[in-house]
Design a protein around this ligand. Structure first.
Ligand code: ATP
Length: 242
């Protein structure tokens, strides 16, 4: 569903992402992890078609994100860590507007289910200025889900959510994967990654240093097999690693 081939992104002459290649199939949840500046957000934004790769190629559902951006973007949702909302649209109007952009015809059938899933039913007529940070994040997520994307890209999806919201969000992500979406999320929360990701891509200085399930990553490095996730991560990306 999502295929990244030889992706390199330069900012000026600084390589933020270098020669990155991986695939995410329907039903998979790939966690992008790595220290600050490793290139996670750059990778996600390149897949979403917001940043043009310097070299390499990204396809979503067979559509080249560079050559056929509309075809690719109609299949995907990108949910950034900082929600961008319209000041003068209510919660419900955001969803109706986003649905129209994506040509969703049965929006009325989806609206209440989505508002309920993201605990926004009581705030359906509120403007963004009347929402808490976590509620704004939930609204951005609801907008991303209204067209039932086949590829879901989430940058730090749990930022600002309360414990109940975090649990619900985990269920939402798992649920979308279970119904066939390919999911990529970036997170510094390793326990979240361990809990909901089927595979992990560990990045450091723009490169992939490991990819696979946590069991696979350990199997390839028997010397790290006994480590917990945090120590494994630090061994892979810390000073002196790689
Ligand atoms: P974090 O965990 O802190 O969110 P990240 O892994 O998402 O980090 P990116 O935001 O992808 O990292 O940044 C990768 C590198 O590219 C960093 O060194 C960053 O300073 C650089 N970078 C990001 N955006 C730009 C830009 N617009 N112009 C120049 N350099 C940039």
């Amino acid at each position: 569903m999502i295929e990244v081939s030889g992706l390199t992104k330069l900012y000026g002459d600084f390589p933020a992402v270098r020669e990155l290649s991986f695939r995410v199939e329907p039903g998979e949840v790939l966690g992008l992890v790595g220290p600050n500046g490793a290139g996670k957000t750059t990778t996600i934004r390149a897949i979403a078609g917001i940043l043009a790769p310097s070299t390499g190629r990204v396809t979503v559902g067979g559509h080249d994100v560079g050559r056929d951006p509309v075809g690719a973007k109609s299949l995907l949702a990108f949910i950034p860590d900082e929600p961008h909302l319209f000041e003068y649209l209510t919660v419900e109007e955001h969803l109706l507007f986003t649905a129209r952009l994506y040509g969703v015809t049965d929006v009325r059938g989806r609206l209440d289910a989505l508002l309920s899933e993201l605990e926004l039913l009581p705030r359906r007529h509120a403007l963004p200025g009347e929402l808490s940070r976590g509620m704004k994040q939930k609204l951005a997520i609801a907008c991303g889900l209204i067209h039932s994307p086949s590829a879901l890209l989430l940058d730090e999806p749990l930022t600002g959510l309360d414990p109940v919201g975090i649990r619900r969000m985990k269920e939402t992500i798992r649920g979308r994967a279970a119904t066939g979406a390919a999911v990529i999320l970036s997170s510094h929360l390793l326990h979240l990654v361990e809990e909901i990701c089927t595979r992990v891509l560990v990045m450091r200085e723009g490169r992939a240093v490991a990819i696979g399930s946590i069991a696979e990553i350990k199997r390839e490095r028997p010397e790290l097999a006994a480590l917990g996730l945090e120590d494994l991560f630090i061994s892979l990306v810390g000073e002196g690693a790689g």
